[in-house]
Design a protein around this ligand. Sequence first.
Ligand SMILES: [Zn+2]
Length: 177
Amino acid sequence: MLVELSLGSSQENYFHLSFQLFGGDMKTGEHEPFIRDCYDLARQAVQNGDHPFGALLVQDNEVLLKAVNTVNSSQDQTRHAEINLVSEASHLYDPVRLAQFILYTSTEPCAMCTGAIYQAGVTVIVFGCRAQALYDLVDNNLFIPSREILALGQRETMVIGPVLEEEGMQIHRRFWT
Ligand SMILES: [Zn+2]
């Protein structure tokens, strides 16, 4: 399949193949170190005075980019960790490249971030805590599960999670309650 890719399949086929090649065959345990890295970033965000969320972009088990929530420090309510990550990633990589990466995030992405991740071209998302578990703690949310949003997309996006949810929920409970 890799040979087919390098011979220049159409972008649509490329996304479909990437979906199968990058992340889809990994076992849950292989995602855990990266989810723990996201939780470390979430703790770092709190130390910065922001909300407890962090995200990573990974290729072949190598971390390419890291991002934290900067809602308070930037005074911008849209600066969620995943938005910060895909915004920076989009400057560096086109959608065909981004389809080769896995986006890890400490908590299942919200509706805004899920749309941004899709638009950037990412095809595999792995999250730590379910959005529903977070929203049981906090008010004022627009809750649409990321899988429901992505099911409406014209190409497939794989969503894996929850992974190590209880570790992440400890951070949320400390912060929000
Ligand atoms: Zn978000």
